[in-house]
Design a protein around this ligand. Structure first.
Ligand SMILES: [Ca+2]
Ligand SMILES: [Ca+2]
Length: 365
C-alpha cells in the first residue's frame, strides 16, 4: 500500500518571536539570530496570539508598557527586567522573569483585564510589588520579596485603590524580612472604584516587622469610597518570624466597612496578643471567619479567643517553622479539619486537595 507522505510543518515558528540582548529591533524577530532587542519593541510589534521567547540577559527598560492584547512573554533561562511594567492590554501572559524596579514605587501595574502574571521573581522596588486594577487578572506562583529598604515607604506585596474585580492571587511566596519601616501584606482601599470578588488562596506570607504584618482591607466610608465586597482569604499560611512576643504581628486580617468576607482554613503563626485579635473588623457586613489554625510559639493568646472551629494555640506541626517549610507533618492537627467548598482546589504545590481539606497552604499527601 502506498503511503502519502506529508511534509512535516512545525506549527510553532509562525507564532513565535525572539527577544535577546544581542538583538536588533530592525530584525524580523522570527529566530534567535534575528531576535529583537527590546521588550517594548516586542510588546508594540508582536501580533496577537503569539509567543515572545525572551532569551537570557538583562533588559534595562523602564517603563515597559504592554498595551496590546493576547501576547505571551516567556523568559527562557534567566531573563531580568530592571524596570516597571505597565500592563494596560488584556489577556496577556508574563512568565518566568526576574523583575526589579529600583527607580519606581512598584514593579508591576495592571490596568487591563484577564492578564496572567506567573512564575516571576519580583524584588527591589521603592515600595510595592503590584498595583492592581482591572478585572479577571491572575497573579500566580510568583516570589515577591525584599521589596524595599526605605523605612518611609508604605510597602505592600500588592495594593489597589480600585477599581478591581474578579481577581485571583494564588500560590505566591511573599517574604518580607525587614524589621523597620511600614510593611503590610496588602492594602486594599477603594477611592478609585468598586473592589469586588478578590480571592487570595494557597499563598505563603512570611513577615518580620513588629506590628504591621497584616492584610489591610478598608473602605473609607468617611471619604466616600466605593463598595468593597466578596473578599475570600482561604488556605494561606501566615508566618511571623519573631522569636519574642513583643516583636510579633498584631492582627493578621484587618478589615473595615466591607461586605461579605470569607477567611477560613488559614494557618496563622505568631499573630495577635492580649490587645489584638488575629482578625480585627469594624463595620463589616457578613463576615464568615472560622476554621483557621492560630498558634504562637510564645506569649499570650490573641485577644478574642477562637471561633467555633478554629484550631487554637496548639502546635500546627509543620515540618519546620525555623526553616520555613510549612508542609504538614503526619500528626498535624491541621489535617482534614478545614472547611469544605471554598474553591481552593489545588494547594501551594499544585496538589489537588482531598475531600477533607487541610488548614494552610499545603494539603498533606
Ligand atoms: Ca504601598
Ligand atoms: Ca486533607
Amino acid at each position: 500500500m502506498r503511503t502519502h507522505i506529508k511534509r512535516y510543518i512545525d506549527p510553532v515558528p509562525k507564532y513565535r518571536y525572539f527577544v535577546a540582548p544581542s538583538g536588533n529591533n530592525s530584525n524580523d524577530g522570527r529566530s534567535p539570530r534575528e531576535a529583537w532587542l527590546t521588550m517594548q519593541y516586542a510588546a508594540d510589534t508582536m501580533p496577537a496570539n503569539c509567543n515572545a521567547v525572551v532569551l537570557p540577559g538583562t533588559y534595562a527598560e523602564t517603563p515597559i508598557t504592554f498595551s496590546h492584547d493576547n501576547q505571551r512573554f516567556f523568559a527562557q533561562g534567566p531573563a531580568s527586567i530592571t524596570g516597571r511594567l505597565n500592563i494596560s492590554g488584556d489577556y496577556n501572559i508574563l512568565n518566568g522573569f526576574k523583575i526589579t524596579a529600583p527607580a519606581d514605587y512598584v514593579a508591576i501595574q495592571t490596568t487591563g483585564d484577564g492578564n496572567l502574571i506567573e512564575n516571576n521573581d519580583i524584588s527591589n522596588t521603592l515600595e510595592d510589588g503590584f498595583n492592581l486594577f482591572g478585572s479577571n487578572n491572575i497573579i500566580r506562583r510568583n516570589y515577591i520579596h525584599d521589596l524595599t529598604t526605605d523605612v518611609d515607604a508604605h510597602s505592600d506585596f500588592f495594593y489597589t485603590s480600585g477599581p478591581l474585580s474578579n481577581f485571583i492571587f494564588e500560590r505566591n511566596l511573599c517574604v518580607s524580612l525587614e524589621t523597620t519601616g511600614i510593611r503590610q501584606i496588602c492594602m486594599i482601599e477603594s477611592p478609585g472604584g468598586v473592589v469586588d470578588s478578590l480571592t487570595i488562596r494557597n499563598n505563603i506570607f512570611v513577615m518580620a516587622i513588629p506590628g504591621d504584618s497584616r492584610m489591610s482591607i478598608h473602605r473609607h466610608v468617611e471619604t466616600g469610597e466605593q463598595v468593597i465586597s466578596n473578599i475570600t482569604i482561604v488556605n494561606n499560611t501566615f508566618y511571623h518570624v519573631a522569636a519574642v512576643w513583643q516583636d510579633m504581628g498584631r492582627e493578621c486580617v484587618w478589615v473595615g466597612d466591607i461586605t461579605t468576607l470569607v477567611a477560613k482554613n488559614n494557618l496563622i503563626v505568631n499573630y495577635g496578643d492580649s490587645t489584638h485579635g488575629y482578625y480585627l473588623s469594624h463595620g463589616t457586613t457578613s463576615a464568615d471567619v472560622d476554621y483557621n489554625c492560630v498558634y504562637k510559639i510564645t506569649g499570650s493568646d490573641p485577644m478574642g479567643g477562637p471561633f467555633a472551629h478554629d484550631v487554637w494555640m496548639i502546635d500546627p506541626e509543620v515540618v519546620s517553622l525555623a526553616s520555613r517549610d510549612f508542609h504538614l507533618q503526619t500528626t498535624s492537627p491541621c489535617k482534614n479539619v478545614g472547611a469544605t467548598g471554598l474553591g481552593a482546589l489545588a494547594d501551594y504545590d499544585g496538589v489537588v486537595r482531598d475531600a477533607t481539606p487541610d488548614i494552610g497552604a499545603y494539603e498533606f499527601v
